[in-house]
Design a protein around this ligand. Structure first.
Ligand code: G6P
Length: 619
């Protein structure tokens, strides 16, 4: 979490930095801050959104053609101005912005305090600033530009081995005007190459409109940026290999258009998103799907016996659906693990198991670490990822992109449906090499191709859902219940509601609710039942009756024309009739819309819910 932007060139740094950091607000928005060098070091900070910082610099602008900027998601220390970055070391000899967590900061802080250094914040980052400043003071090299810059690089390089944890750092110093030193371990940093100017950012979206030429910094690399040059160094300060990538941008994708929020725009994009997730991958002649980037030849693919899927948040729910899909179509065992748990376990993993990381951002720290751990143990890793150029996309052995376009709303919507679509195609791909017949493969492809139009039809439930939201937006608790393919959707529906409306919600397997959650049921606790027609319809209907018998209001998401459920439920949302394996896609829409409208009525900040961040780059 946290976003970093740096600029050095000939233009005024402040507007470039502010524009860049505003694009990185999805990484956290507790506070923000800016520092420029203009003879001296100048700093401005504000609690809250980047808009608050903008207000401050409108009245107290910062001059200077180089600087660094930060948007914070608090880890250590409250949300206060003192804890906002940049943090200074050596009485303003250096300013540092940081994304990551320094786990041994307490020990380092005590050591520095013992040397008489006074701390101004409660953050872990401030130790980095003081450490660098102390090494700078003891440097034998003279300050200044050119060769003298080595003194700053050296100070950063000497400070880094003391840090235990993760960091993406940008450092400036008034002693080295126009120079930015960056360093990365575990938290992403990208260098943007301009003409007479260079940039540094947590991700390339901050560079839009300035440059398309980028270098992704690797772990343990350091970058030294000046207007006319960008050097990439290894941990010993020797020149390191750096590949220049050209960014593809999709203009307009990051605009809200006529929609009030990104979330609702992204909900409405889903028919096109799943079309794009399928594009170029369907092979109707062979009744299968193809993927160019798995980097396994057909023989290796046939030898895969088991999959481990690992992910966080909404992506974890997509993985749970993937488990059902692989079981049904490929008859393959799948284990689904929270990445944060999996990374610290040491389960025996047989050969011929591949590890699949599912992630929208490609930057989630736990998912990245789980995949690295798997690679270390010799597993082939695959990333199902939305962001091209992200850490996970670059590090896995093979991958599949979602092509969902930028997802800006913090609560994931379109990336989720794209993940489920890709997992369905992957299950068909593996299935067709095993037990899945030509006829079954062909039928699934046909059914999938009908889904964009079916989702367009599903979106027509919007007004009905908005009406239901008006009835229930004041409640304090809600239950979401479903079985089989729709149990992960119960989890996802509850997560959506929690994330953006701050109503407590629990997703549960519909029958399992008898073992605990049913105790919560009363006339003020509605249950959302996922009950479209299918194998377990009658079973779920019995669970619905059990809730009704205890006076709990029921909102049913059911197949169009289901008169039976209409007679039982208090409120009903109709979805088109589809095979069970596609029910997650059609039920996603009313679940997302319900959370959206309830949050809207409660006056919540839908695209930037409190305490959350879109890209969770700390563990
Ligand atoms: C955060 C976001 C969620 C997302 C999760 C995993 O919690 O707010 O929307 O599902 O991270 O992110 P990933 O990018 O790995 O899918």
């Amino acid at each position: 979490m946290c976003g970093i932007v740096g600029y050095t060139g000939r233009r005024d740094a402040q507007p470039i930095l502010l524009e860049g950091i505003a694009r990185l607000e999805y990484r956290g928005y507790d506070s923000s801050g800016l520092a420029t060098v203009n003879g001296k070091l100048y700093v401005r900070k504000a609690v809250g959104r980047v808009a608050e910082l903008r207000k401050i610099v409108q009245t107290q602008p910062l001059a200077g053609t180089s600087g660094i900027c930060h948007t914070r998601w608090a880890t250590h220390g409250n949300v206060t101005e003192a804890n906002a970055h940049p943090h200074l070391g050596g009485d303003g000899a250096v300013a540092v912005v940081h994304n990551g967590v320094i786990e041994n900061y307490d020990t380092l802080k005590r050591e520095l305090q013992a040397q008489g250094i006074k701390f101004k914040s409660q953050t872990d980052t401030e130790v980095i600033a003081h450490l660098i400043a102390s090494f700078l003071d003891s440097s034998p090299l003279p300050p200044g530009e050119g060769l003298g810059v080595r003194a700053l690089v050296d100070a950063v390089r000497r400070a880094l081995p003391h840090l235990k944890g993760t960091y993406g750092l940008a450092v400036i110093s008034p002693r080295f005007p126009n120079v930015i030193v960056g360093a990365r371990l575990g938290s992403p940093l990208v260098v943007g190459l301009g003409d007479g100017e260079n940039f540094l950012a947590s991700d390339a979206s901050a560079l839009v409109g300035h440059t398309k030429r980028v270098i992704y910094l690797e772990d343990n690399q350091i970058c030294v940026l000046a207007p006319e040059r960008a050097d990439i160094l290894d941990a010993n300060a020797a020149s390191a290999h750096a590949e220049v990538h050209t960014l593809e941008s999709a203009p307009g994708d990051a605009d809200r258009g006529d929609f009030e929020h990104f979330m609702i725009k992204e909900i409405y994009e889903q028919p096109e998103v799943i079309e794009r997730a399928m594009a170029g991958r369907l092979d109707e002649a062979e009744a299968t799907a193809h993927f160019g980037g798995l980097n396994l030849d057909p023989q290796q693919l046939r030898q895969v016996e088991r999959l481990i899927m690992t992910a966080c948040g909404t992506s974890y729910h997509a993985a749970l659906i993937g488990e059902h899909l692989f079981e049904q179509f490929a008859r393959m065992p799948v284990e689904v693990e929270y990445a944060s748990e999996f990374r610290y376990r040491n389960p025996p993993i047989e050969r011929n198991t591949i590890v699949v990381g599912i992630t929208q951002s490609g930057e989630t720290a736990d998912t990245l670490a789980a995949l690295r751990e798997s690679k270390r143990k010799g597993q082939h890793t695959i990333g199902i990822c939305n962001v091209v150029g992200s850490s996970i996309a670059r590090e896995v052995d093979g991958g599949v992109f979602l092509h969902a376009g930028p997802e800006i709303g913090v609560a994931s919507t379109k990336a989720f449906t794209a993940q489920v679509t890709v997992l369905t195609l992957l299950a068909v791909h593996f299935g067709r090499m095993r037990h899945l017949s030509y006829q079954a493969g062909a039928r699934i492809l046909n059914e999938l191709q009908a889904m964009p139009d079916i989702l367009r039809a599903t979106l027509k439930c919007h007004d009905q859902v908005a009406e239901i939201a008006r009835k229930y937006h004041h409640v304090a608790n809600m239950l979401y219940l479903g079985r089989q393919y729709l149990f992960p959707m119960a989890l996802e529906g509850a997560l959506k509601l929690k994330e953006i409306s701050y109503i407590h919600a629990e997703g549960y397997p519909a029958a399992e609710m008898k073992h605990g959650p049913i105790a919560l049921v009363d006339e003020n606790t509605p249950s959302v039942f996922l009950v479209p027609h299918g194998n377990v319809y009658d079973k779920v209907m019995s669970n619905l009756e059990e809730i009704k018998a205890r006076g709990g209001p029921v909102i049913a998401i059911a197949t169009k024309d289901d008169v039976h459920v209409e007679a039982k439920a208090d409120d009903i949302i109709h979805v088109p009739s589809v095979p069970e394996y596609l029910q997650p896609l059609v039920t996603a829409i009313p679940l997302q819309l319900l959370a959206y409208h309830i949050a809207l009525l409660r006056g919540c900040d839908i695209d930037k819910p409190r305490n959350l961040a879109k890209s969770v780059t700390v563990e």
